[in-house]
Ligand binder design. Structure first.
Ligand code: GTP
Length: 598
């Protein structure tokens, strides 16, 4: 039977443990691409992605492998993104598989994301096949890592392949493990269609391409299909598989992985996690686990001085066609004019979108400080969801405020436990638990306000532990909290784009830091500029940018015209990145001053 010779699997790993490199080797070893072709065609293809070294969009590829038992197998490798922002996408691509290769760096051992990914895989009942990578490195300690896998995760790694993905060592052993350990798919080919969308993207020629795993039944061109979450229907125009390129096939059957085209215009209509069924012979229950992902972090994005609002909107619309988790709506700031409030899965997602706007669309933008979604119960009983600090009602109208809390797990060498705990405490973390993984490795569990995590917590954690600590977190729920809005006044004017929400006990400290930073960022003018931080009508910190003593042109003595011109030109250059607020020019960087914590 065909299904017996299929294996559907993912590779899971902590960032940088070698997932993509191993995927490349598997592709090479099965002869799909030569190493020369590989250089152009690697699994993760977005430029930005490669630079950041993070797999953002999932892809899949079908490999054929002639095993030692003489049989030919179809191996569907489904790639997963490697960052907590994209955990839902990871869970959906794992749901498309029967097993997962767990790649662990032999020099690092288990890290926070290793564990988080293993839990995701176990939730999907996947067979986990441990692979120990980077054994070419002198500091590799495979035996310790095996022990760790046994003790921490309970996986027997005694016979785990010891590989070097970089040097292509023992890759065949990995392929044999896949055949031996990962179960073949099951599923009734004659049942009504049930297929999982585990990824979708927009292609300007083909429209939306859905990557699917068929669990029951069969899908082929001409069929009318229905998306079970939205009940929208489409006619299938093509189904196919991805090898070194997309190849159309007659049909995809239970157990198979491939792509579907059906004249879908927007990725929003082909949501990751949705179930596709046959419109005329629908399955009764959709596959479990569908979740519409909701943004966790919001920020304002505004065109920089002189930039066009409409081009920004066009750019955001184009990005959204391909990114169902990006949301935006127009908003208006007194300081920055017309712009958009944008929602993201997390900070990395936010940074990626900002970078794409600047690079791919060549836009100059100003972004305001990120904010989480607060819940406010007003005294009149109304409940508000607020993602822009500016929209918070008067203090007198508020009964209470709630903020999102995450459960965070931080893995760190034991030497840094003290520093990490201090940092977490500083960020209003509530200590939950601590576990020793081995003599020198500890995992700390904290409940922490998301608000504190989004302000450079990760950077602070990394710098305090020399890069050794790793972090994972997930949303736990909402909690009542004593929060206030911190406003910034520049030259007596409230700059709404600089307002943030902070815990009452932190307001003074944050206000002072922000005022100090702004003082550094704002250039001197002809007049003195007071910078004030305020909570309500109470000023809690004040700094002053001193007035310029002399005119820049004064030193030219009015004589040297070219010099004067150059100076003026230089000033103009500098001006491009400024925002005029009242009588004061504020550089773009200043809007990020509120981001930095310590
Ligand atoms: P993300 O895509 O960011 O999740 O990372 P990844 O897990 O896919 O890691 P990637 O394959 O990009 O490898 C990370 C780094 O480790 C790269 O610089 C690789 O060259 C290196 N690397 C991967 N495998 C090996 C190996 O077997 N030996 C050595 N020495 N380096 C390796």
């Amino acid at each position: 039977k065909k299904q017996n010779n299929i294996r559907n699997f993912s590779i899971i790993a902590h960032i940088d443990h070698g997932k993509s490199t191993l995927a490349d080797r598997l592709i090479e070893k099965t002869g799909l691409l030569t190493s020369r072709e590989m250089q152009e065609q690697v699994l993760d293809s977005m430029d930005l992605e490669r630079e950041r070294g993070i797999t953002i969009k999932l892809k899949n590829v079908r490999l054929t492998y002639k095993a030692k038992d003489g049989e030919e197998y179809i191996l569907n490798l489904i790639d997963t993104p490697g960052h907590v922002d994209f955990n839902y996408e990871v869970s959906r691509s794992l749901a498309a598989c029967e097993g997962a290769l767990l790649v662990v760096d032999a020099t690092q051992g288990i890290e926070a994301q290793t564990l988080a990914n293993v839990y995701l895989a176990l939730e999907q009942d996947l067979e986990i096949v441990p692979i120990i990578n980077k054994i070419d490195l002198p500091s590799a300690r495979p035996d310790e890592v095996k022990k760790e896998l046994k003790e921490v995760i309970g996986i027997d790694a005694e016979d785990a392949p010891l590989v070097s993905a970089k040097e292509g060592l023992n890759i065949e052993q990995v392929l044999e493990e896949i055949i031996k350990k990962i179960p073949a798919p099951k599923g009734d080919v004659n049942a009504p269609l049930k297929a999982l969308i585990f990824d979708s993207y927009y292609d300007s020629y083909k429209g939306v391409v859905c990557y699917i795993r068929v669990f029951e039944g069969c899908i082929k061109p001409g069929m009318e299909i229905k998306m079970m979450s939205s009940n929208k229907t489409y006619e299938v125009t093509e189904v196919g598989i991805t090898t070194s390129k997309q190849i159309a096939v007659d049909k995809l059957e239970a157990g198979e992985v491939g792509y579907v085209l059906a004249s879908i215009k927007n990725v929003k209509d082909a949501r990751v996690g949705d179930t596709i069924t046959d419109k005329n012979n629908p399955t009764e229950i959709p596959l479990p686990g569908y979740k519409k992902v909701v943004p966790m972090v919001y920020c304002g994005i505004y065109p920089a001085e002189g930039e066009d609002f409409n081009s920004l909107r066009d750019a955001l619309e184009k990005l959204q066609v391909n990114d169902a988790s990006l949301v935006f709506e127009p908003e208006n700031s007194a300081a920055l004019g017309f712009g958009f409030r944008c929602g993201f899965l997390g900070l990395l997602h936010m940074e990626i979108v900002q970078e794409r706007l600047e690079r791919e669309f060549d836009l100059n933008i100003v972004t305001t400080a990120p904010s989480v979604i607060y819940r406010i119960k007003k005294k009149d009983g109304e409940i508000l969801s607020i993602q822009n600090p500016t929209n918070i009602p008067e203090e007198s109208e508020i009964e209470y405020m709630e903020e999102p809390i995450v459960s965070a797990s931080i893995m760190t060498p034991a030497d840094y436990v003290g520093t990490v705990m201090e940092l977490c405490q500083n960020r209003r973390g509530v200590f939950k638990n601590m576990e020793y993984l081995e003599e020198n490795r500890v995992i700390l569990y904290y409940d922490m306000p998301l608000n504190e995590v989004i302000y450079d917590f990760f950077d602070a954690l990394k710098s305090r532990t020399k890069g050794f600590a790793s972090l994972d977190y997930e949303l736990k729920g909402y909690q009542q909290s004593d929060l206030v809005k911190l406003d910034i006044l520049i030259n007596g004017e409230l700059v709404d784009a600089l307002s943030i929400i902070v815990h009452k006990d932190k307001a003074y400290e944050r206000g002072r830091t922000i005022a100090e930073r702004l003082k550094e960022e704002i250039p001197r003018h002809q007049f003195a500029i007071p910078i004030q931080a305020a909570v309500g009508s109470k000023i809690i910190a004040r700094e002053t940018v001193k007035a310029l003593r002399k005119d820049v042109l004064a030193k030219c003595y009015g004589g040297d015209v070219t010099r004067k011109k150059k100076l003026l030109e230089k000033q103009k250059e500098g001006k491009k990145r400024m925002r005029q607020i009242g009588a004061v020019e504020i550089p773009q960087e200043a809007f990020l001053a509120v981001l930095k914590y310590d």
